[in-house]
Ligand binder design. Structure first.
Ligand code: GAL
Length: 768
């Protein structure tokens, strides 16, 4: 049976590389520091850094102990993700290379290792933006960071071993279900030996069915099937039931290798009438996610990846995430499977298409992405075009053909921003940035030649929230159609922006989601984007950040987050978020109207100075598409010069009060709170473990203080350490940071002090 050993700790790292590094011993080599994976080749500041800082070639070295009993087996080093091009050497000898930073690769080290002594592996990691590799070659609006930023493992398998297991559930909606498995076997098979493959379908520990085959094709492929499966639960978004398929390889009757995968029984179809999951129409309400975090970029382990999926599903109430613009961590996808969050996954790329070698690599990226991820029930769509690139008939015929050759069970899309683009995919996936709430009309009125510099929207962009699909496709009939981006650069908004901007940011998401939900021939809309992200100097606010998220880079929400969270059913979670800082003079002209309250309550009552101002209802007239439209209050007596007063918002569901929020006219910092996303971490996980901690200064009523930008000092002691700087600014009274384990059990003690409040905020995290 195979042995898998994580190879994530005790790497020696140097931010440079020469060929000599492959032969010098780790014991004597100079200039290296000890690091653990996931690792970023350089820790960046939060913002205002050079976008060239991470673009260099580095070296990772590590001892590898190989046991004598492994002689005769096949040995591989499996890399989950190395940015961007790597060359692997074992004991000074070249073992393999890989282009592209987002898909896994394996190097066969069997013939290079010594079975009775120390071995050394050296990895040259080229994190420059090599123009021969997607997404590079021109400008891209995100950073790709650098280093060995995902896990590495040593895999020891028998001479003949299982290389791939692909499972489909073809007739998932019928009473009697079936499972088809295609298994690939690699390695040396002898004519004198008998081989057989078995698959077993498990529900937890209970075996439901099995099948065996001993007909293995010359190329090493076996197809197995189990049929007539009764009482199988579907994978749905509400109840994402997962089963397990275990595949065993037998050699002369002895089990020699085993792999397994989780699967779900479901169907997913895009039609001109919309998207159907298990034959039920689902309006897609999603956001795009970059897998980036402050300071360490992509280098975040399992728990942080999974947490992001939870934030999208449970905090924001989304039903889909697009992994813009590349295959993301398998931990993130595993969690999407577990919690029922749909995924649109795509190949790396951004607007630019390179030469033939580059295109061949993009086709190869399609192959590697689908081979890695085709068992995930959460994935319902493959993105097989370079995001927002021009049409390229032959190239996109090839990416589509590659996708279909590996997976006929899923639709393909390919994100474009041009109208009348050639539809080679199953779904016309379109970034529609038309909505600017009239801003381009305004620009056209003050800039004579305005339309010459905005070639995407021209001056047609206005109050329109989304274009009609046939105006975009240029076709005379409807096709499966999905809006894959909107908002983003059309209205960058910082978490600490002026209140009117924060509100308008939220309203733009509201208007477009409402439009998508109201158009029967639109499968839904995926907003740009979930979290702010680091970017190149050619984009963003000049500080290397695109402030396009409904949450900031620390996953702290802006008002726009509640556009999404308010769509959650009140049975699951009651939401009532008034989009206001509640003050007399923050907005132009003063006051707080229009006062938008994002809520899933049936009605809201607003009291001022103990008096009921009125009962207000969701604005179903303006936003008929939304399940829970916001409540809009557009009249309030009193203006500049009048006394400002406290307010109480009370939310009702089915006639019962379910939530109450108090806003005060005269606020002072009162309490300092701290909350960690997790109270227990794991000391001996395959990699270091981490959790996010958020601190907030609150007023007397427990509300945030949007303009409090005091300093704070973070102290982390015990079984962990802080990621990022220990002196930070509480932006709008809030800061968040991640702490990481140091492989020891015990307690991580965290304390944050800020000059204005006597008592520090403290918490403890147990590391088991
Ligand atoms: C799109 C692009 C995204 C992001 C967004 C900002 O054109 O696909 O990656 O740059 O614009 O709005």
């Amino acid at each position: 049976m195979r042995t898998i050993l994580p190879i994530n700790d005790s790497w020696h790292y140097k931010p440079s590389f020469t060929l000599e590094d492959t032969t010098t011993s780790v014991k004597t080599a100079e200039g290296f520091e000890l690091v653990n994976l996931p690792h970023a080749n350089v820790e960046l500041p939060y913002n205002y850094f050079s976008d060239k800082q991470h673009r260099f070639i580095s070296c990772y070295k590590r001892e590898l102990s190989i046991r004598p009993e492994w002689a005769g087996e096949q040995l591989f080093l499996d890399f989950e993700g190395v940015m961007n091009y790597s060359r692997v050497f074992v004991n000074g000898l070249f073992a393999g290379e890989h282009k592209g930073g987002y898909t896994p690769f394996s190097v066969d080290i069997t013939s290079l290792v010594s079975y009775n002594g120390d071995n050394e592996v050296t990895v040259m990691v080229d994190s420059t933006e090599r123009p021969d590799t997607p997404p590079f070659g021109a400008q891209i609006d995100y950073l790709t960071y650098g280093g060995i930023y995902r896990e590495v493992q040593l895999r020891v398998v028998s001479r003949c071993y299982l290389a791939d297991l692909f499972v489909t559930t073809p007739n998932a909606l019928q009473e009697q279900k079936e499972v088809n498995a295609t298994v690939s076997i690699l390695g040396k098979r002898l004519a004198s030996e008998k081989y057989a493959v078995e698959i077993r379908l498990l529900d937890g520990n209970v075996q439901l069915a099995h099948a065996t085959a001993d007909e293995i094709s010359e190329e090493g492929t076996v197809c197995l099937q189990v049929q007539n499966l009764a009482d199988i639960e579907l994978w749905t978004m509400e109840s994402p039931k997962l089963y397990q398929v275990v595949c065993t390889l037998y050699q002369n009757g002895t089990a020699v290798d085993e792999v397994s995968t989780k699967i779900g029984f479901r169907t997913a179809e895009f039609t001109p009438e919309g998207f159907f999951l298990n034959s039920q129409k689902v309006k897609i309400r999603g956001l795009n996610r970059h897998q980036a975090y402050p300071y360490v970029g992509y280098a975040m382990p399992e728990r942080a990846q999974k947490r992001d999926a939870d934030v999208l599903k449970y905090d924001l109430g989304l039903n889909l995430v697009r992994t813009s613009h590349y295959p993301q961590s398998h931990h993130f996808l595993d969690r999407c499977d577990e919690i029922g969050l749909l995924v649109f996954e795509e190949i790396p790329g951004w607007q630019h298409i390179g030469d033939d070698e580059w295109k061949a690599q993009a086709v190869e990226d399609v192959r590697q992405m689908i081979l890695r991820d085709r068992n995930h029930p959460s994935i319902i769509l493959w993105g097989v075009r370079i995001n927002e690139s021009p049409d390229d008939h032959d190239f996109y015929l090839a990416t589509n053909a590659m996708a279909k050759s590996l997976d006929t069970t899923r639709c393909a899309g390919g994100v474009r921003c041009i109208a009348n683009s050639e539809l080679l995919e199953d779904v016309y996936t379109m970034n529609d940035f038309v909505h600017d709430n009239g801003y381009s009309k305004y620009l056209a009125s003050v800039i004579k030649d305005y339309q010459t510099y905005d070639n995407t929207q021209g001056i047609d962009g206005e109050k329109l929230a989304l274009r009609e699909q046939q105006d975009v496709t240029g076709l005379d009939h409807d096709v499966p159609y999905l809006v894959t981006e909107f908002c983003g650069h059309m209205y960058p908004t910082k978490r600490y922006d002026q209140e009117e901007r924060m509100v308008e940011h939220a309203l733009r998401h509201t208007r477009v989601q409402n439009a998508a939900a109201s158009m029967d021939n639109v499968s839904g809309a995926i907003g740009w984007c979930a979290f702010d992200y680091n970017t190149h100097a050619d984009f963003g606010s000049g500080d290397k950040i695109c402030y396009h998220g409904v949450m900031d880079m620390y996953r702290i929400p802006k008002f726009a987050a509640s556009v999404y969270s308010s769509q959650i059913s009140p049975e699951e979670k009651v939401v009532m978020e008034p989009a206001t800082y509640w003050s007399r003079g923050e907005r132009s002209i003063g006051g707080v109207i229009p006062l938008v309250i994002y809520t899933n309550c049936d009605s809201i009552q607003l009291y001022c100075l103990g008096e009921l101002l009125g009962t207000y209802y969701p604005d179903t007239e303006t936003y008929p598409g939304l399940k829970h439209p916001p409540v809009m209050i557009d009249k309030m007596a009193g203006g500049w010069g009048n006394k400002w007063e406290d307010a109480i918002f009370v939310g009702y569901v089915n006639g019962k009060e379910v939530i109450r929020r108090r806003y005060l006219a005269d606020v002072v910092p009162t309490s300092f709170t701290m909350k960690a996303d997790d109270t227990t971490l794991c000391a001996n996980a395959p990699t270091w473990d981490t959790t996010r901690v958020e601190v907030s200064i609150l007023d007397q009523a427990g509300n945030g203080m949007p303009f409090l930008h005091d300093p704070a000092q973070i102290v982390v002691e015990g079984a962990g350490s802080l990621i990022g700087p220990n002196l930070v600014t509480l932006v709008g009274g809030k800061a968040a940071f991640w702490v990481k384990t140091n492989r020891q059990t015990g307690t991580i003690r965290i304390s944050v002090t800020t000059p204005r409040l006597q008592t520090p905020a403290t918490t403890e995290i147990l590391v088991k």
